[in-house]
Design a protein around this ligand. Structure first.
Ligand code: PLP
Length: 409
């Protein structure tokens, strides 16, 4: 995107103002973005990008999907917010819809939040409400930045400056069955919950094995503890199933959702399976002002409808398989991980940040969650030709810049 500029680009001026007005929590943004349509976004200088990050697995329907825009604008004009002293039809319909998609048994209930971290906060309080003290979480897991969610998130770099954390959380390596059995045995009657992402997203799309998740289910069932699955990133058709745990044939006691649920509108949810989990939190024991507000619920319903009407579960599977097949043929790619349209390209050397920087200059937004991993979590509407445009660029880039063990220098 190197069109000659006679004046300073609009984006550059905007980013300078950003730096002086916003806290530096995110580092410098890559571009000022102005608008989006389908799988594409445009920056403030008119350059177009194929968006393979989708707002971090959020824009399930891409940008500006007509049915989503209609649902949001009609709901905004009808009734935007009421507080939880009142119910609204979209909120009730969305709760019923989630219970149905989750195949949740009689007695199951939903709680609405505004984000993934808040959904996990509610799950954390449910674990505490069992009266037991120990929560097992996994290395590589990410559950959010609020104190409770952070207490269950392993990464020392984002935790340790904020000590003390709420206590009782034990971290284990993911996929280590012996370590899990030992920790559950040690916790005994005190085990409140195991929390896990079926596929760890921020760790670079690292799936739990079927055996491991099945073991976690068996151990929590026999201990009378909760299996909490954080599907904030994997949920809502991202993996080609409505929820990733359905690929494993394992049903949780508690599932948390956010990211893709509102298709770009902030909404999170906790689905509590069965009578016990469904009633752990009672009157006055949890709440949030915006939770389940009608605009969030209406956009989530529109997102779920479009996923169904446009067969996006199948599209996620098909386009994901196509990406995987072509990526696996490339020199420099050592593995492709993930399911559906939640994919990681494992590189032969730690060049992911440099590749992501070249990609955006070439008009493709991808994300490097770790030095040797490129993550793709695009709109579930991504087409094969759109995927191919990236694959063609990436193949050419790798051919011109082969990855070597010394890091390509
Ligand atoms: C993004 C994410 C969160 C946190 O969600 P926020 O909406 O950013 O608070 C929690 N868990 C997982 C698995 C995530 O990917």
């Amino acid at each position: 995107m190197s069109d000659a500029q006679t004046t300073a680009p609009a984006g550059t001026a905007g980013l300078e103002r950003y730096e002086h007005a916003l806290m530096g929590t995110y580092g410098m943004p890559m571009r000022m973005l102005e608008r989006g349509e389908g799988s594409y976004v445009w920056d403030a200088d008119g350059n177009r990008y194929l968006d393979l990050l989708g707002g971090i697995a959020v824009n399930a329907l891409g940008h500006g999907h007509p049915a989503w825009v209609k649902a949001l604008t009609e709901q905004a004009a009808t009734l935007a917010h009421v507080s939880n002293f009142f119910a609204t039809a979209p909120q009730v319909a969305l709760a019923e819809r989630l219970l149905q998609l989750a195949d949740a048994p009689e007695g199951s209930r939903v709680f609405f939040s505004n984000s993934g971290a808040e959904a996990n906060e509610a799950a954390f309080k449910m674990a505490r409400k069992t009266g037991r003290g120990t929560i097992i979480a996994f290395e590589g897991g990410f559950h959010g930045r609020t104190m409770g969610a952070l207490a269950m998130t392993h990464k020392p770099a984002i935790r340790e400056q904020f000590a003390p954390m709420p206590g009782g959380v034990v971290f284990l390596p993911a996929n280590d069955q012996e370590a899990l059995k030992a920790a559950v045995a040690q916790a005994g009657d005190d085990l409140a919950a195991i929390i896990a992402e079926p596929i760890q997203g921020e760790a670079g799309v690292q799936p739990l094995t079927h055996e491991f998740l099945t073991l976690a289910r068996e151990l929590t069932t026999s201990a009378g503890a909760l299996l909490i699955l954080d599907e904030v990133q994997t949920g809502v058709a991202r993996t080609g199933a409505w929820f990733a745990h359905q690929l494993y044939g394992v049903k949780p006691d508690v599932m948390t959702l956010a990211k893709g649920l509102g298709g770009g509108f902030p909404i999170g949810a906790v689905v509590a399976y069965g009578e016990r989990a469904g009633h752990l939190l009672g009157k006055g024991e949890h709440g949030t002002t915006f939770g389940g507000n009608p605009m969030g619920a209406a956009t989530a319903l529109a997102t779920l409808d479009a996923i169904e009407d446009e067969q996006l579960l199948a599209n996620a599977k098909n386009v994901g398989a196509h990406l995987t097949e072509r990526l696996e043929q490339l020199d420099g790619v050592v593995e492709v991980r993930g399911e559906g349209l939640m994919l990681a390209i494992g590189l032969a050397s730690p060049q992911a940040p440099a590749i992501a920087a070249s990609a955006i200059d070439a008009g493709f937004i991808v994300n490097p969650p770790s030095p040797d991993t490129i993550r793709l979590v695009p709109a579930l509407t991504l087409s094969v030709p759109e995927a191919d445009s990236f694959l063609d660029w990436f193949a050419g880039h790798l051919a011109a810049n082969p990855l070597t063990q010394d890091g390509g220098r």
